[in-house]
Structure formats: C-alpha cells, structure tokens
Ligand binder design. Structure first.
Ligand SMILES: Cc1ncc(C[n+]2csc(CCOP(=O)(O)OP(=O)(O)O)c2C)c(N)n1
Ligand SMILES: [Mg+2]
Length: 310
C-alpha cells in the first residue's frame, strides 16, 4: 500500500507526463511532422489519471477523440503513441489511425473515435460480454457533455440498466462542445436526466482533485466487479486549448480567459510546483525517447495500405 504522499506523487507524475507530451505535440506541430488533427486534453488530464488509477489491465476503457491522456494513463506505450501521431509504421496502429483512433487492447485501452458518442455502446457491449462470460472485468466508457445530445447515449444507458451491466458511464464535463457552451445547448439538467434511468449518479465538482477522482473511481469500479450494476459519474473539468489543434482560442468569442483561470487555481501541476520540479527531467527523458523512436520509424508503404483494414 502506497502512503498518501507516494500516491499523490505517482498521480502527479502521470499528469505531468501527459501535459508535457501534449506540449511537445504543440511544439512539433508547425513542423508538419504530425499531420493528424489533435484534440488536446491539456487541463483535463487529472480526470484520466484518477479514473485509471485502480483499473487493472484486464479492466477495459473506451474513450473519445480527446484520448491521448487515457491512452497514457491506461498504460499505453509512449513511443508507439508518438509514432502513431507521426503516421509511422511503429505507431500503435501502424501509423494509419492517428490521434483520434487510439487503441492499446493489451492494456485494456480498447479504442477511441472521432464520432461523438460512438464508443458509449462499445463500452456497453464489452460490459455485456464481461457479464455473460463472468470475467469480473469493469468497463469505463468516457464521453463529453456534448455526447449526451446523441440518441445512442440514451439507448446505451437504458440497455445497461436493464441488464445490470458492469459499466461506469463517465461524463467528462468541460461544459463546452466545439464553440458552444453547455448553457446554450441543453434545456435539461444532465444529472437529473441520468437519474431518470434508475442509475446511481455521482458528481465530482473539481476534476483537478486527483485523489478524489481516484478514490471515487476505485469505489465505483469495485461495485461493478461485485455485480452491483452500472454506475454514472460526472467529472467537471476544463480544456485550456482550442477544441482541435495546438492553439488558444480565447478570441473566438465563446469563452473567456477568466473561465480558465478559475481552473488553474486547483490544477495539480501549479498547486505542487516543488514536486513537479523534481520530476521534469525524468519526464523529458521519457518524451525525448518517444520522439526519437517516432522519428526513426519508417513511413507505411503502399503495400501497408490494405493490411489490417478488413
Ligand atoms: C456524431 C457526430 N456529430 C458531430 C460531430 C462534430 N463534433 C466533433 S466534437 C463535437 C463536440 C463534442 O463535445 P463533447 O462531447 O462535450 O466533447 P469535448 O470536445 O468537449 O471533449 C462535435 C459536435 C462528430 N464528430 N460526430
Ligand atoms: Mg465537452
């Protein structure tokens, strides 16, 4: 059992690694070495880190196009992520999937997709399989607040409750969908609405609280494994960067810099500067190695075009 300080440090290391990986992506982007569109999770990393803390490699996770953080937090290999972003053969999917379609099934990171809400039913399907086969696996399916406006979210919730499936629905609520705020899009309360399916709901107001996200996720995952049926969790968080791409967009008119500043106050990477400072060198070494691997990896050839696509 780790003591609290060791645990916090481990969670901060993961958060820092994800942040610095995405900052390296920003640095590299103007070179065009990375041509895949990137939906950065900068600001939202603690949610992924806390949720994955007590998932075993056997437990499976499905997420969205904003998926770098989940790939790393679930244990995916960093060099293979970087090579995938570079479109190289050494990438997780041979360079043919790119940033929005990451998967590392060997560690339970089952997939992500560019199509909003499309991985919610995949999670429910995996939970049905786990229940039928008695594998005691827990499944997490992650989606944004915008995905709640898709019909398949509702079909999936109904099916999971009806069949008491071991799936944790996680709404990663940054209150934004592209350039539109939650208040401009939804006439209903997300949590009250979820409750109408007869599912237990939990809300974490500050997704920057690594320990809280970790503790609550651990408890909910345990309940799934024990056959308690599906659970629903909303974690409030904030993305610092534009919806897609490496830039800031505070001049786009749909949000203000002061909205972000509220979140910076609890951002663990600013809250614990001494711990972060100690870790920077190791994090940089890890990222340098991953970039070197990507740069040395060959591009896919014409013959690779039709492999693994049937
Ligand atoms: C089915 C579908 N409809 C619309 C889009 C265009 N689109 C891409 S991202 C996005 C917003 C989604 O917002 P949210 O689910 O809150 O996720 P976030 O980007 O905030 O992480 C939309 C509408 C899409 N990719 N797929
Ligand atoms: Mg959103």
């Amino acid at each position: 059992m780790l003591n609290t300080n060791e645990r916090l440090k481990r969670l901060i290391y993961q958060t820092l690694l994800i942040r610095r990986v995405e900052e390296r992506v920003i640095e590299l982007y103007p070179s065009d070495k990375i041509q895949s569109p990137v939906h950065l999770s900068i600001g939202q990393e603690p949610v992924a880190v806390g949720l994955c803390e007590s998932m075993s490699p056997k437990d499976v996770l499905f997420t969205t196009y904003r998926g770098h953080a989940y790939y790393i937090a679930k244990g995916g290999k960093l060099p293979e992520l970087m090579a995938e972003l570079y479109g190289r053969k050494g990438g997780v999917s041979g360079g043919k999937a790119g940033s929005m379609h990451l998967a590392a099934p060997e560690v339970g990171m089952m997939g992500s997709s560019a199509v909003v809400a499309s991985t919610i039913p995949h999670g429910v399907g995996a939970a049905l399989a786990a229940k039928l086969q008695g594998t005691k696996q827990a499944v997490i399916t992650i989606f944004g607040d915008g995905a709640i406006e898709e019909g398949v979210y509702h079909e999936s919730m109904n099916f999971a409750v009806l069949h008491k499936l071991p799936v944790l629905f996680v709404c990663e609520n940054n209150a934004l969908a592209v350039h539109t705020s939650l208040a401009q899009r939804q006439a209903f309360d997300i949590v009250q609405h979820a409750k109408s399916y007869g599912i237990n709901t939990t809300v974490i107001e500050d997704g920057n609280d690594l320990i809280k996200v970790g503790d609550i996720a651990a408890k909910l995952l345990e309940s799934l494994r024990a056959g308690g049926g599906p659970e629903w969790l909303m974690v409030k968080t904030y993305r610092y960067k534009e919806h897609v791409g490496p830039g800031d967009d505070f001049d786009a008119g749909y949000r203000s810099r002061s909205d972000m500043e509220k979140w910076l106050a609890t951002d663990p990477l600013y809250k614990y500067p001494e711990i972060v400072k100690e870790m920077e060198a190791d994090v940089k070494t890890e990222i340098d190695r991953a970039v070197a691997f990507a740069e040395a990896s060959p591009l896919p050839t014409r013959a690779d075009l039709l492999t693994d696509v049937e």
